[in-house]
Design a binder for this molecule. Structure first.
Ligand code: GDP
Length: 198
């Protein structure tokens, strides 16, 4: 698939280190340990494109992957470590709000949350960030293999109800990197947001 061609482009700890704000890109964000790196790797059919993070509070960076000359995926730093220092949290918020509000190439945001505890306070903050520009968002309920089919479907419809009030389109999908569930729908959504020709 198109996403198999994803390649590391650059890492930026400030917005001015990001690639030129041209073309289109979709960013992935989620609470640490939500399964973001695993999701990016599964979507791109690569074993270790996005590195799964084991170190809380490590340098906060935006990681850019090039799909082609005009399209990118962006791995935004995880958030939500309870014990992270206040100044690191403030720094993260600054970088994220900067990026999410000013980046013109950004055409969509994928928000990942563990299907067993979705819509935390943090997740809601993230959703609200997208509201300011009516950004299309794809909400992935990760590790869906941890739930049976019925309960998983119930969580999905609960979350769909829970995000109704937001501005702009929000699609909710069950996802599992391990069981390879939901990869097709994510790719279709990305195709649309990135304007990938069929
Ligand atoms: P990140 O911190 O959001 O990048 O999360 P990772 O991708 O590093 O995953 C965090 C943990 O969740 C790891 O132990 C993964 O093995 C586990 N994990 C990730 N995706 C899945 C999944 O689809 N199913 C299950 N059961 N575990 C997963």
């Amino acid at each position: 698939s198109f996403y198999q061609g994803a390649r590391f482009l650059t890492a930026a700890s400030q917005l001015d280190q990001a690639p030129p704000d041209q073309g289109s890109e979709v960013a992935f964000i989620g609470r640490s340990n939500a399964g973001k790196s695993s999701a990016i790797n599964a979507i791109c059919h690569q074993g270790s494109l996005a590195r799964t993070s084991k170190t809380p509070g490590r340098t906060q960076q935006l990681i850019f992957f090039a799909l082609d000359a005009e399209r990118r995926l962006v791995d935004l730093p995880g958030y939500g470590y309870a014990r992270v220092a206040i100044d690191i949290k403030a720094e993260w918020q600054g970088l994220m709000s900067h990026y999410l509000e000013r980046r013109r190439a950004l055409t969509g945001l994928v928000i990942l949350m563990d299907c067993r505890h979705p819509l935390t306070v943090f997740d809601r903050e993230l959703l609200a960030w997208g509201d300011r520009r009516g950004l299309p968002r794809l909400l992935l309920l990760t590790k869906a293999d941890k739930l049976r089919r019925g309960p998983a479907a119930a969580v999905r419809s609960e979350v769909q109800k829970g995000v109704r009030d937001h501005a702009g389109p929000i699609q909710v999908e069950l996802f599992s990197a391990h069981a390879r569930v939901g990869i097709g729908p994510v790719q279709a959504w990305l195709d649309e947001r990135l304007g990938v020709p069929r």
